[in-house]
Design a binder for this molecule. Structure first.
Ligand SMILES: Cc1cc2nc3c(=O)[nH]c(=O)nc-3n(C[C@H](O)[C@H](O)[C@H](O)COP(=O)(O)O)c2cc1C
Length: 311
């Protein structure tokens, strides 16, 4: 099946860091751009590890779009300026994070929580638009507690003139489950003068094809959990590269993490929260129970080899 649209990899904090993105791009490719997990300001400065994740040195084999968590205009501008200094000319703005400690932070919320505070969004966009030489995209949901809240946000896009808007057709209160509100999504798509990308529950090539047929006006799609679960999702005939992909992650984390074997083991085990959910149950269990790197390496190799042999 040939998919003729722009393909974006979604940011998943804790999963799609630069090691994962590099390994994915080098092993499977097919992604036009990877959006990095959001960066934020802490104690008046962008967090060092967020900056390290999008350091061009660590992103040599993939196109990355840094993302900032929508917040106070001053902090947002600080991040945009810092990204400009790293020679980035586009930034994605997070208006979608539904995690309550973030979404409900402060008077105006952050991420998805801001969608019910259009005035705060106006101030944020106005401040960012004044940063010279930076273009923006926005990643958002339909609303925080009401799926029509986007109607007050869309007109504000004029301030920013985004290259595109990625929409997850849920509201914040739904978190990452429950019904996809495709009718409201269709209304947003029809009303938007800006290119719209669809993001939500695309876990097979067929889902992408179906979505593009249902919404022909789409500019692209973004894939999150589906790609972490099955990194070969866009090229099923390359599933035999999963072992190489996994090895690249292992080597990449061994190089980057400074906390020794234990930290590396925990990092690799965390991957399996989403990775290959349909691999053999007993083999997956052995990975979770591994208490040394040697056990982990054997168990993961057995599991991936068995998985490949059965597809
Ligand atoms: C563990 C986890 C971490 C996420 N981190 C981010 C993030 O940093 N920035 C963001 O915009 N979205 C984040 N998301 C949302 C995803 O990018 C995506 O919008 C969501 O998972 C829906 O797409 P999917 O159904 O293809 O996974 C995260 C989602 C999950 C499950």
């Amino acid at each position: 099946m040939i998919i003729d649209t722009e393909l974006f990899a979604a940011p998943l904090q804790g999963f799609t860091d630069c090691v994962w993105r590099e390994a994915h791009a080098m092993t499977f490719g097919d992604i036009d751009a990877y959006v990095a997990p959001f960066m934020r300001v802490e104690h008046g400065e962008p967090r060092r590890r967020d900056l390290a994740d999008i350091d061009p040195e660590h992103c040599r084999h993939h196109t990355v779009i840094p993302q900032i968590l929508a917040c106070r205009p001053l902090d947002a501008v600080l991040m945009a300026e810092r990204l400009k200094a790293l020679r980035y000319s586009r930034v994605d703005i997070n208006l979608g994070c539904p995690f309550k400690p973030i979404a409900l932070k402060g008077i105006n919320g952050q991420g998805c929580g801001m969608l019910r505070h259009p005035e705060a969004v106006r101030q944020l966009f106005t401040a960012l638009a004044a940063v010279d030489g930076m273009s923006y995209s926005v990643k958002m949901r339909l609303g925080w507690d009401d799926a029509s809240q986007w109607r007050d946000i869309l007109p504000l896009m004029e301030l920013l003139r985004p290259t595109h808007i990625t929409v997850h057709p849920r509201i914040g209160l739904q978190q990452y489950g429950g019904e996809l509100l495709t009718e409201q999504f269709g209304a947003l798509l029809a009303a938007s003068p800006y290119p719209i990308n669809y993001n939500g529950d695309l876990t097979e090539l067929q889902h992408i094809d179906d979505t593009l047929r249902r919404f022909p006006k789409l500019a692209g799609v973004m894939i999150g959990r589906g790609l972490v679960a099955h990194p070969h999702m866009l090229c099923p005939d390359r599933a035999d590269r999963l072992l190489d992909f996994h090895q690249m992650l292992f080597d990449g984390y061994r190089e980057r993490l400074t906390g020794g074997d234990h930290q590396l083991l925990r990092r690799m085990q965390a991957l399996w929260e989403y990775f290959l959910p349909d691999a053999g149950h007993r083999l997956r269990k052995a990975i979770k129970k591994a208490n040394s790197l040697a056990h982990y390496e054997q168990a993961s190799q057995d599991c991936i080899t068995d998985y490949i042999s059965k597809i």
